[in-house]
Every structure is written in C-alpha cells, then in structure tokens.
Design a protein around this ligand. Structure first.
Ligand code: BG6
Length: 489
C-alpha cells in the first residue's frame, strides 16, 4: 500500500455521524500517528461554511480519549489545521471538480490516494459516487469509498443499490461499514475461538445448547424517528450488527486470516441459515411511560412518526443454521430500544453435564445452571465463564462463580472506538471487517421474506412501556426452545 498521501473527504460533513464519530476517529488516528505524514481531511456538504467554521464545528466533538491526563489541545490544533471545507451539491460533477482542484493543491504532486466517506442518506449514495468518481477520483493512487447502512431495506432495493454503485466502482473500492465489526470484543471473537485450545472443540451442537445475541438501549428513537420509521429494529440492528456477529461466531475455521478467506466462511454460514418463520419472531413497540414524575414519550409520540406506525422498536427472533455443526441449536437474537438497560452481549449456554454427580435435590439445578460463556461487547467490556465450584469449608455446597477477563482491570489503555479501527483499515486496504456484496445479499435473503410477511400481514407489535424489559412474548418464544434469556450483566 502506498501511504504517501491520503486525502479524506467526508461527504455529509455537517451530519451527526460525521461530528460524533468520523472526525473524532480521524483525530484519534492522527494522535496515535496512524495517519500518513501527508494527509488532508475535507468536509463536503451543501451548507455554506468556511474552513474556520468547519474547524470550530469539529473541535467541539474532539476529545482526548487516548490519554485523558494529557492536555492534547496542541495536537488538536495541528489536526484542525489539516481540516478544510468545500461546499457543494451531492449531484454536481462541477462541484466535485472544484474539490478535486483543491485536493490537488494539498497533494502537491505526490501519489495521492483518496478516500470518500459517504456520511449521507442512501438515496444520495449513487449520485455522490458518480460525481466523486468522474470528477474527483485519484489519478495515480487508489480511490475508495466508505458507505454505511442502510444498504437498502430489502433484497431488491439492496441489489439495486449495489448495482448502482458498481456502475462507478469496483467491488474492491467499496468499503461497507458495519461498525459492530470494529468493536474490540467482536474482533476478539476469532482470537478466543481459534487461539485457545479449550473453546473450539466445544463450539458445536454437541456441547452448546443455545447462543444469544442481545442488544439493548435505554433510550428511544428521539430525533431519529424519521429515519427509523422506514426501517425498524430488525433492519437497524438484527439484519446487520447481530447477524454479522452470529456469522463470525458460527463460521468454520477460515483457511487464513485473509479478508477473502474469512468472508468466504461468513457467507457460508449466512447461506446455511434456515428461512426465518413468522412464528419465530416477536416484535414490540414502546409506549409512553411515567416514572418518578417524569413522562417518557412513546415511539409514536415523535412528530416525525405516523401515529398508526407498526414499526418495531423491539424484536426477538430464533434462528437456525442448517449444517452439521449447528443443526438444531437455537441462535436467539433480541434487540430493543427504550428498554431498562443498555448493552450488547453474546451469551453461550452450554449443555448440562450428563449424569452430574453433584446434581442433588438440595443444591442448585445443575441441569439448568450450566456453564455459560458471556462476551460483554459493551459497556465495560468483559469475557467471563460461569462455572460451578465448591463453597470453601467443610461441607459440600456448590456455588456459581465467574472466571473473568475484565478489560478495565486487565488493561490500562482505553479501547479504541470502532470507527478508528475501520477508518484505519480502509486507509490500509484491509477488508476483513467490511461487508462483501455476497454477504450483504445473503443477509437480506434471510430477513426479507419475514420482514415482508410482518408488513403485509400488518402484524401489530406488542406494546411495552418505555424503560421496561420489553414484551413478554420474547419469553414465550425462548421457552418454546427451552431457553431462558440471559440478563445483560
Ligand atoms: C446504529 C443504529 O447502527 O447503531 C442505531 O442505527 C444504534 O439505532 C447504534 O443506536 C448503536 O451503536 P452503538 O455503537 O452505540 O452500540
């Protein structure tokens, strides 16, 4: 990879994602000396703004995440000096040509690689890509484009989007982000499996009862209702974030750690999944709730959401992988907004010990309280294994304890934000954590039929109060498969 110079253009620079995630991640990379010596960051959007105004806007969201003790204002100033702004329309080749001219001045004749981050709604992707590739792509170096979901809302719209992008870009120029893949504990999943002897031999239907993928937020869609109502929680979280984690969890050992080898295995898992049946899906929507004198708004209280919206803000689903390793093992997903807690976890419940000598009438139910491996993706990252042990003393009483890898206790260094890793990988051309188009197709093929069925039949979500544990239907679903949901720890 030629790292000589990179020009990064954030298209949609005044949006929320750009302010909250992209600019801060670029600063963190700069702070850690991960960016090439010569780099420029351009904000591109429709509104008029000067360079100074962009810098001022960006400076408000930069933090000294990496070393809180150090005052990093000097580094921030140096970084902000590398940030510029160009105002233009997203469908104007002329405006992109003006950007090209400015970029060339900064690049000063060096081999210039160009990265475009499309932080704009998907209906703008194709026109922006057309203009960027025709008027502002790199003459000698590479040109890459980062896009972020929603990649359509079903198989057809996703395929149309891919086709549109491929009119102007090769597949290897497209970097589809799923930011959950950039999370430290998701990356660690393969390390855990493939670099420890003790897990991989147990990683199958023979020893695993069920696997749970849990996502919970303790706030609603306030302010994002307009976007959210067209998608719902299944498209927002399950079809991408949770399914990606599932694929990494369940895949066979890849031939190597190369991006293509890993993605080949992930796509096999996705293509081996059984169609999702309507009976295996529970949907919910939060309603207003008053607690301690405070009234929390219901989903449809949002002015941008139609009063009769049936869009789910909660969903639980049982999925199955039809292959020799996982036949019959329920993979349960649960995702919701406006619940009582916040976090994301993977829970692996192991089978009971056959003929357990310690299963006594007066002790814990060891057929139920089996070993469980918990991977707490966030917050407060941790991996722990629940084991049964003897309470110390002369008697014989059993207890459950945790063998615990608690990141904050083990490592002093802060964990990088997902966007830092992903941006760095895009600059370095590392595609492992990005979604290949066949993976995207397979993910949509799995969810499109059941989404269509939910929508065609106008299935009414189970309502749950803001801040609650979500609809009871989720428990019924789990019980049907003899599973109890783990509680986020
Ligand atoms: C996004 C969803 O992809 O992920 C949001 O669109 C959600 O609805 C967010 O809030 C959660 O990401 P994180 O990293 O905060 O868990």
């Amino acid at each position: 990879e030629n790292k000589s110079t990179v020009s990064i253009t954030v298209v949609g620079a005044s949006g929320d994602l750009a302010k909250k995630k992209i600019f801060p991640a670029l600063f963190a990379l700069y702070y850690e000396d991960c960016l090439p010596e010569h780099f420029t960051v351009y904000g591109y959007a429709r509104s008029k703004m000067t360079d100074a105004e962009l810098r001022n806007m960006v400076s408000k969201t930069l933090t000294c995440r990496i070393d809180k003790r150090e005052n990093c204002s000097e580094k921030m100033d140096q970084f902000l000096k590398r940030c510029f702004y160009h105002s233009g329309q997203y469908d104007s080749e002329e405006n992109f040509a003006e950007l090209d001219k400015k970029l060339k001045e900064h690049e000063g004749g060096r081999t210039a690689n160009r990265l475009f981050y499309l932080s704009v709604p998907p209906n703008i992707f194709i026109s922006a890509v057309r203009c960027a590739s025709s008027s502002a792509s790199s003459a000698i170096g590479w040109t890459r484009v980062i896009v972020e979901k929603p990649f359509g809302r079903d198989s057809e719209t996703s395929a149309a989007l891919t086709k549109g992008l491929k009119q102007y870009l090769e597949e290897d120029q497209i970097f589809r982000i799923d930011h959950y893949l950039g999370k430290e504990l998701v990356e660690n999943l393969s390390v855990l499996r493939f670099s420890n002897l003790i897990f991989e031999p147990l990683w199958s239907r023979q020893y695993i009862r069920n696997v749970q993928f849990l996502f919970s937020e303790d706030f609603g869609t306030e302010g994002r209702g307009g976007y959210f109502d067209n998608y719902g929680i299944i498209r927002d979280i399950m079809q991408n974030h949770l399914l990606q984690i599932l694929a990494l969890f369940a895949m066979e050992t890849p031939v190597s750690l190369d991006a293509e080898d890993i993605r080949n295995e992930k796509v096999k898992v996705l293509r081996s999944m059984k169609p999702i049946e309507l009976k295996d899906v529970v949907i919910g929507q939060y309603k207003s709730h008053t607690k301690g004198g405070v009234t929390y708004p219901g989903y449809t209280d949002d002015k941008t959401v139609p009063k009769d919206s049936l869009t789910p803000t909660f969903a639980a689903a049982a999925l199955f992988i039809n292959n020799a390793r996982w036949d019959g093992v329920p993979f349960l997903m649960k995702a919701g907004k406006a619940l009582h807690n916040k976090g994301a976890e993977i829970r692996v419940q192991f089978r009971h010990v056959p003929g357990n000598l310690y299963n006594r009438s007066n002790g814990p139910d060891l057929d139920r309280d089996t070993n469980e491996l918990v991977i707490r993706v966030q917050p407060d990252e941790a991996i722990y294994l629940k084991i049964n042990n003897k309470v110390p003393g002369l008697g014989m009483r059993l207890d459950r304890s945790h063998l615990n890898l608690h990141y904050a206790a083990r490592y002093a260094k802060e964990i990088p934000d997902a966007y830092e890793r992903l941006l760095l990988d895009a600059i370095e051309g590392e595609r492992r954590l990005f979604i290949r188009s066949d993976e995207l197709d397979a993910a949509w093929s799995l969810f499109t039929p059941v989404l269509k069925e939910l929508e065609d039949k106008k299935i009414v979500p189970e309502y749950y109060p803001y801040g609650s544990r979500g609809p009871v239907g989720a428990h019924r679903l789990a019980y049907r498969y003899n599973v109890e949901w783990g509680d986020l720890s």
